[in-house]
Design a protein around this ligand. Structure first.
Ligand code: SF4
Ligand code: SF4
Length: 251
């Protein structure tokens, strides 16, 4: 399958999705480095994404040669054909993804889905390296190390809301891009960890005077507050309410 788009628009999620849909290899052809027509020079970003994804592949047990990037101008059709030809030979040698990597189909699906859910977290954590402009190809191999990828996955951030501090202002829930925050008016908010994509938006959104959202790096996450304990009753403000599960002063 061929997709035509600017290489600067490529996202880690696109690459992972192609593999999750059964591609045995992904080849990205971008404009020559330093020759992008736009100030963003997005082809450097595409290069960094590929270098990052290759290391992630090594970390999860997939052959990084299944992903390739090459740079050429619009007039270098021959170069494109030669690169694409070489790559398809490589993929034929490697064999089917999963089978050749000794990962069963369900495990492969699960591991790619797990990494896919972490794309926002990974791209935020590696933002500085993803925006670097590597002019020397000798720097490509060591731009990301296996040790740092292992650490990245060992220290995946979780975000939790401290029930004692949450004032049910609902700002975090409105700003969450995937509706992972459960709550409502007068209810202590709770993050559904299985839906959270670890983008950190809620941490920045929660007003500093409440400071109810905390980031945990790699540690266990406390269990969510039971549903029947989430109602907030303001002291002296709402007498007569049936639930008195969590009482606090007005902020
Ligand atoms: S980190 Fe916060 S804002 Fe981001 S997905 Fe998780 S709950 Fe939503
Ligand atoms: S923004 Fe903070 S105080 Fe407001 S609902 Fe979310 S966690 Fe609670």
């Amino acid at each position: 399958m061929v997709r035509v788009m600017c290489s600067g628009r490529i996202d880690l999620a696109h690459i992972l999705r192609a593999f999750a849909k059964g591609a045995d290899g992904v080849f990205i052809g971008g404009c020559r480095l330093g020759e992008c027509n736009y100030l963003t020079h997005g082809n450097y970003h595409a290069l960094n994404l590929v270098l990052l994804c290759k290391k992630i592949f090594e970390h999860i047990g997939l052959n990084p040669r299944r992903l390739q990037i090459a740079f050429m101008s619009g007039g270098e059709g021959n170069l494109f054909a030669a690169e694409a030809d070489d790559f398809s030979k490589t993929i034929k040698e490697l064999g089917f993804i999963g089978q050749a990597d000794r990962i069963g189909p369900s495990q492969l699906e699960a591991v790619l889905a797990d990494v896919g859910r972490l794309v926002p977290f990974i791209t935020i954590e590696k933002h500085a390296k993803l925006t670097a402009r590597l002019k020397d190809a000798a720097d490509w191999e060591n731009h990301f190390s296996l040790a740092e990828i292992k650490q990245l996955f060992d220290q995946v951030a979780s975000y939790v809301i401290d029930p004692a501090k949450c004032q049910a202002c609902m700002i975090c829930a409105r700003s969450c891009p995937v509706e992972a925050i459960e709550g409502g008016k007068g209810l202590i908010h709770v993050i559904a960890q299985d839906r959270c994509i670890r983008c950190g938006t809620c941490l920045n959104a929660c007003p500093p005077r409440f400071g109810a959202v905390t980031r945990i790096d790699g540690g266990p996450v406390p269990p969510p507050l039971p549903v029947d304990k989430r109602t907030i009753v303001r002291k002296g403000g709402q007498e007569g309410k049936k639930s008195t599960s969590t009482e606090r002063a007005l902020p």
